[in-house]
Design a protein around this ligand. Structure first.
Ligand code: DAT
Ligand code: MG
Length: 165
């Protein structure tokens, strides 16, 4: 099935200069990059993204980690699209726990668990279709993405946006 999936190169991935390595690994999937940007993650965005985990003991550490409190304060957000994009990307990322992830997967090769118990697993990838749609709509506007799979509305309102001076 034609799908889109959200990928985040997390702050540890950027601090460790792994962007090139991770994008090279992802290119093995033969999927297309259809959106890409650098994001400074606000607490609101972090909490919304990981909302399903809010009752977990590790939640606050997870929010600090994705906001870049332990690394560079930035994340690279990408949307990849193509046949079975969600599973193809998840497979190459490896398991959530970097110690359990296959050692040739991205998380297995580059991730670690800190002494505080934070899974620094360098990459996020949407887990299923429902998460993918929610996450893509959270991190990107339709204008940021070069191929629509979700329906959009034409905005007739005159919204103030920043423009180059
Ligand atoms: P995934 O990122 O593989 O979709 P998830 O959605 O269950 O995994 O969890 C989101 C993130 O939360 C995960 O990338 C790392 C962190 N996390 C999950 N389980 C954890 C645990 N038991 N201890 C510490 N961090 C955990
Ligand atoms: Mg998940």
């Amino acid at each position: 099935m034609l799908e889109q999936t959200l990928i985040l190169i997390k702050p540890d991935g950027l601090t460790k200069s792994l962007t090139g390595n991770i994008l090279t690994r992802l290119s093995e999937t033969k999927l297309e990059i259809i959106g890409a940007k650098m994001v400074r993650v606000s607490r609101e965005l972090a909490v919304e993204h990981y909302g399903a985990l809010k009752d977990e003991a590790f939640f606050e550490e997870l929010i600090s980690y994705i906001m870049g409190d332990y690394h560079k304060k930035k994340v690279m957000a990408l949307v990849y699209g193509g046949e079975d994009a969600i599973q193809k990307v998840r497979a190459i990322c490896g398991k959530t726990n970097p110690e359990e992830a296959d050692s040739v997967s991205i998380r297995g090769a580059y991730g670690r668990i800190t002494t505080k118990g934070v899974y620094e697993n360098v990459i996020h990838a949407s887990a299923n279709e429902e998460d993918a749609e929610r996450e893509i709509k959270l991190w990107f506007t339709p204008e940021d993405i070069i191929e629509d799979i979700y329906s959009t509305n034409k905005n007739e309102k005159n919204i103030k946006i920043k423009e180059w001076a």
